[in-house]
Design a protein around this ligand. Structure first.
Ligand SMILES: Nc1ncnc2c1ncn2[C@@H]1O[C@H](COP(=O)(O)OP(=O)(O)OP(=O)(O)O)[C@@H](O)[C@H]1O
Length: 261
C-alpha cells in the first residue's frame, strides 16, 4: 500500500523562480489499485512520481510504501521496489547492451549491487518473459537494444520494470511517443502485466479514453493538488465528455488544458 502524507514539493525555494509544484497532497493507494492520473500541463503529475520514486526532493511530508518510510531513502534504494517508465523510450534501457544483458541487469535488481553472470536458468526466464510480449523478441536475445523500435523498446522496458515484481509501478505517459496502434498494443500489454502480477500501478495520461479504459480509479490533478478522485463505480458509467466536464467544473482550467495530446 502506498501512502502519501501532506506532501509538498517546492522548486527553487526562496528565489524569484520559486514554484510550489505539489501542495499538501494526501493519497492512499490500496494494493492492486490501478490508478490513471490526468491533469493539465504543469499540474504536478510527474513531480508527484519524482517525489515518490526519489528523483525529486520532498520539501515537506512523507511517503510510505507497505509501511516503510521512503521519504529519506535514496532513489536507487527505492528503485528496488518501484518500477518507473517514462515517455521517452530511450530512457530505462541501455542501448549498447543486448536484450539479454538489459534483462539480466533488471533481474539482479534488489538481489545484488552489480551485474552478476546470468545462468542458463535465468536465460530461460528471460525467454519465457519475452515470449509473453508476443513481439518475437525471444529469438533476438543478442540484439542490441538501441536497434529496436520505440514500441519494442517500451515493451522491453515494461518487462524490465516488472521482471522482479515491484511493489509499485509508475507509468509516466509511457505510450505518448508511440504511434496510435503501437501505443494501444503497449497499453494492453501493460494492463496484462499489471493484472497478472496484481501490481499497484499509477499511470499518467493525457488521453481521456485511456484514462477511462484502464484501471479502477482516476485521479485528477490541477495546480499541485488532487482535485477529484473517481472510484471504479463512477468511472464505469463515465464518458470522455463527463470527465472533461468534471475537470472544468472542479478546476479553473478550461478543457483544452486537459486535452493536450
Ligand atoms: N526541476 C524543476 N525545477 C523547477 N520547476 C520545475 C521542475 N520540475 C517541474 N517544475 C515545475 O513544476 C510544475 C509541475 O511540473 P510537472 O512536470 O510535475 O507537471 P505535469 O503535470 O507532469 O505536466 P505535463 O503534463 O506537462 O507533463 C510546473 O510548473 C513545472 O514547470
Amino acid at each position: 500500500m502506498l501512502e502519501v502524507k501532506d506532501l509538498s514539493v517546492i522548486f527553487n525555494q526562496g528565489t524569484v523562480n520559486e514554484k510550489q509544484a505539489i501542495k499538501h497532497l494526501n493519497l492512499t493507494l490500496n494494493d492492486g489499485d490501478f490508478v490513471t492520473i490526468i491533469g493539465s500541463n504543469g499540474a504536478g503529475k510527474s513531480t508527484l512520481f519524482g517525489a515518490i520514486s526519489g528523483d525529486v526532493p520532498i520539501t515537506e511530508g512523507q511517503v510510505f510504501l507497505d509501511g516503510a518510510d521512503l521519504t529519506n531513502q535514496r532513489e536507487y534504494v527505492r528503485a528496488r521496489n518501484i518500477g518507473r517508465l517514462f515517455q521517452d523510450p530511450l530512457r530505462g534501457t541501455a542501448p549498447h547492451m543486448t536484450i539479454e544483458e538489459n534483462l539480466a541487469l533488471s533481474y539482479s535488481r534488489g538481489k545484488h549491487y552489480s551485474l552478476r553472470p546470468y545462468s542458463k536458468k535465468d536465460r530461460t526466464v528471460f525467454k519465457e518473459a519475452l515470449e509473453r510480449l508476443n513481439l518475437g523478441l525471444e529469438d533476438r536475445l543478442n540484439t542490441k537494444v538501441g536497434t529496436l523500435s520505440g514500441g519494442q523498446r517500451q515493451a522491453l522496458t515494461l518487462l524490465m520494470a516488472t521482471l522482479v515484481t515491484p511493489k509499485l509501478l509508475l507509468l509516466d505517459e509511457h505510450t505518448a511517443a508511440l504511434d496510435p496502434a503501437t501505443s494501444d498494443k503497449v497499453l494492453k500489454l501493460s494492463q496484462k502485466i499489471v493484472e497478472e502480477n496484481h501490481l499497484t500501478t499509477m499511470m499518467i495520461t493525457h488521453n481521456m479514453e485511456d484514462a477511462l479504459k484502464y484501471g479502477n480509479r482516476i485521479l485528477m490533478m490541477n495546480n499541485g493538488e488532487i482535485i477529484a478522485d473517481i472510484n471504479a463505480e463512477d468511472k464505469k458509467t463515465m464518458k470522455v465528455e463527463d470527465l472533461v466536464r468534471k475537470f472544468t467544473d472542479v478546476s479553473e482550467a478550461n478543457d483544452r488544458m486537459l486535452l493536450r495530446g
